[in-house]
Design a protein around this ligand. Structure first.
Ligand code: FAD
Length: 424
């Protein structure tokens, strides 16, 4: 354990990315200290989806059984049109598990975060709260961070896992967040509150509609129900500073089908998430300071891979450090960091750009919506061409990164083949 002595690695931020990375590095014999600005470690009490590229890593960490006991393994992921409620396509998640060996599951975020926190405690990670990092600097032997109370901490390696509004990112890259003008509302409620609505308790259901979408699934062994409502904010489009406010929520879903509309009154209205991301950048490593998780690659959440990418980052970095260590001698930190950057930057760039394209596809209106629906309905349920590059084993080197799926351009489908609005 790092307690008392000088750590090998300092991780700034104790979110899912910071804690999972702390656990991964401690498993490799390193002394790790986490600095979290909040009073207590914690996460939002809503759901999160974990695809096989994440559950594979949880298995390797010896945490998959615990995650299974806390989460839910849905049977299908079903995409429907939010206006007419018709099914567009689905993924059979049992078959998906056979293909990728590990399950697709959903879990309460605080349960996932709590699981990593317990794992870190067991492994002896030095976990400090009330530590707001305000500056970073490379030193001759590593890097140091300055805390807002004036304290300074040093290690061979500093990892900035401080999220979307990362201080390290501001200092090292200096770019701005990009607003999609979409906003997300969340809700996790006892299942009894939605049973009479006839919701699909065994599936993840996604309704896609013009400028909006709605996601639903059961959580915590089926005791709770999670909903995410996302829409384009007219106030954001009008350039107003306060946007995505609750008064915009109901209007955004007015034209949607009953299944969607009856879920809207349950959304939490005291908190919402403006959907921001950043353009991909190709440098995450600055000397001995490395960006990780949302600090390096905050996505729009439409691929449900944000937290997963952070978990993958930690696993990849730990593997490269382990490969460049031998008994008694310190690891070759710089070589490990270069190997981390060489493979993760490109993978995450693909996820970020695909998430943006996915959002555009989901939110289409008019003729384009009908074209999309026609293409989706044609899809073979057992075609994994568009998931292999994401859900397959996490690549450790660029040559193991699978080729990316390229979606069919919508314009390639003639309009007359997909019918008119009246038919839908
Ligand atoms: P964060 O979770 O933001 O953690 C950063 C931590 O750093 C926080 O604890 C913060 O307090 C701390 N911190 C910040 N600044 C400082 C500082 N200066 N000093 C010290 N500590 C600091 N991802 C998925 O994989 N699957 C999903 O289904 C999914 N659904 C989503 C749905 C929505 C509506 C949204 C908004 C996101 C979703 N995501 C999903 C994305 C996912 O939530 C994020 O990508 C992920 O939480 C990022 O983790 P992180 O640890 O990098 O950053």
């Amino acid at each position: 354990p790092a307690t008392g002595g000088k750590p090998d690695v300092i991780i700034v931020g104790g979110g899912i990315g910071g804690l999972s990375t702390a656990f991964a590095l401690t498993r490799q014999g390193l002394r790790v200290r986490v600095l979290e600005r909040a009073r207590e470690f914690g996460e939002v009490g809503a759901g999160i989806q974990l695809a096989p590229n994440c559950t594979r890593i949880l298995h390797e960490y010896g945490l998959l059984d615990e995650a299974r006991s806390l989460g839910v393994l849905p049977e299908n992921m079903v995409m429907r049109d939010a206006l007419d409620a018709r099914e567009l396509t689905r993924i059979d998640l049992r078959d998906l598990e056979r293909r990728y060996v590990y399950p697709y599951m959903v879990i309460h975020r605080s349960d996932l975060h709590g699981m990593f926190l317990r794992a870190c405690r067991r492994a002896g990670v030095d976990l400090l709260t009330d530590q707001k990092v305000v500056d970073y600097e490379n030193t001759a032997a590593g890097a140091r961070v300055r805390i807002d109370d004036g304290g300074v901490q040093e290690a061979r390696l500093v990892i900035a896992a401080d999220g979307l509004h990362s201080v390290a990112r501001r200092k090292l890259v200096g770019d701005d967040v990009v607003s999609s003008r979409y906003v997300a509302y969340r809700a996790a409620v006892p299942i009894d509150r939605v049973r009479e609505n006839g919701v699909a308790e065994k599936d993840i259901v996604l309704h896609v509609g013009p400028r909006c979408h709605f996601v639903q699934y059961a959580l915590r062994g089926g005791e709770m129900f999670n909903q995410v409502a996302v829409f384009e904010s007219p106030k954001a489009l009008a350039g107003q500073e306060e946007w995505g406010t609750p008064d915009e929520l109901d209007a955004a879903f007015e034209a949607t089908c009953d299944d969607v509309r009856q879920g809207i009154p349950l959304m939490w209205r005291d908190r919402w998430w403006q959907m921001l991301d950043r353009d991909p950048v190709s440098t995450w490593v600055y000397g001995r300071i490395a960006l990780l998780g949302d600090a390096a690659h905050p996505p729009l959440q439409y691929m449900a891979q944000g937290a997963i990418m952070a978990i993958e980052d930690g696993w990849v970095l730990a593997e490269h450090i382990a490969r460049r260590s031998s008994d008694g001698t310190p690891p070759d930190w710089d070589a490990a960091l270069a190997a981390y950057e060489a493979v993760r930057v490109e993978h995450c760039r693909r996820v970020l750009t695909t998430a943006r394209a996915w959002g555009e596809l989901w939110h289409l209106d008019g003729e384009k919506r009908l074209q999309r629906n026609a293409i989706m309905r044609e899809r073979d349920v057992y075609d994994y061409g568009f998931t292999d590059w994401v859900y397959g084993p996490t690549a450790l080197t660029p040559d193991k990164e699978p080729a990316m799926f390229t979606p069919i351009p919508l314009d390639s489908v003639p309009v007359q083949e997909v019918g008119t609005a009246a038919e839908f």
